[in-house]
Design a binder for this molecule. Structure first.
Ligand code: BTN
Length: 266
């Protein structure tokens, strides 16, 4: 597909489908990062429901300032959200997004799991990642940028360094090329379902569905945070989506955010 066809076909999708929270598509051939672009747009007054999409990213960003490799064939989008909730509720959004991405990939025929908080995996390898960035002022949420990257039709053997050993793509697992626009449509519809659940304050339902799809609970984990390095057994997630871990000396820890490594991967 050439650059113009990509943009035309993606924009055409917005005419054909009626997805509750999606108001507008802004489509690019190449961007440095869809999250960075969405942030620029929201700071200039763009409203909730704008979806920024790029065929490729030149400086795709992952969690913890990592690089998100973003060649042609992947799906890279960022959505501007302005949920009318208190900022402390946004800690559940990573789980909401992971549920939507995991369910969509499952709809395309693959068995998926979620590693806390929001890595989506197939056969224990990462296939999609989510980056949420938000801004709040005086306990008032201004915006959330929900960035999603999916390794759709990518040969991960071309990824740099050790990444190729821990990542996979839909095409690599399914042995066929996945229709980009069908996947995008399915993802946005599924996201709308889970985002509506969030807006309707169905937090218990979100947590229990996340638990069904996650493979983190009851595993021995190492969680590296900006201030701590925790080793123990992950035994639950609470109402905020925080991971509850019992350390080897028997101390209970509540982890808000961090890099989760399973012990069998160390
Ligand atoms: C992670 O698992 O580290 C999160 C990766 C998030 C990548 C997506 S791709 C679209 C959006 N734009 C970015 O620069 N990052 C996110």
């Amino acid at each position: 597909m050439n650059d113009d066809t990509f943009i035309e076909k993606t924009l055409d999708l917005s005419k054909k489908i009626d997805i509750g929270f999606v108001k507008k598509f802004v489509v690019f051939d190449k961007l440095s990062s869809t999250n960075t672009k969405a942030k620029e747009l929201v700071r200039n007054g763009e409203e909730e429901g704008t979806v920024v999409i790029a065929r490729m990213q030149q400086k795709g960003r992952g969690r913890f300032d990592r690089v998100w490799e973003s060649p042609d064939g992947g799906l890279y989008l960022s959505i501007i959200l302005k949920p009318d909730v208190s900022p402390d509720k946004t800690t559940l959004l990573p789980l909401v997004a992971a549920l939507a991405v995991s369910t969509t990939i499952h709809n395309f025929g693959l068995s998926t799991t979620i590693k806390w908080p929001n890595d989506v995996q197939v056969n224990k390898k990462k296939v999609a990642g989510i980056l949420l960035e938000s801004d709040a002022h005086k306990n008032q949420l201004r915006y959330v940028i929900l960035g999603v990257g999916v390794n759709l039709n990518i040969d991960v053997n071309l990824f740099s360094g050790g990444l190729k050993n821990v990542t996979t793509s839909l095409s690599q697992e399914l042995h066929f090329v996945v229709d980009y626009h069908k996947f995008l449509e399915n993802l946005l519809l599924t996201l709308d379902t889970y985002y509506s659940m969030f807006l309707n304050c169905e937090f218990d339902r979100i947590i229990s569905e996340w638990k069904v799809q996650s493979d983190t609970l009851n595993k021995r984990v190492r969680i590296v945070t900006s201030s701590d390095d925790i080793i123990g057994k992950a035994y639950d997630v609470d109402q905020s989506g925080f991971l509850l871990v019992i350390t080897d000396p028997g101390e209970h820890k509540k982890v808000m955010s961090g890099d989760c490594i399973y012990f069998d991967e160390l």
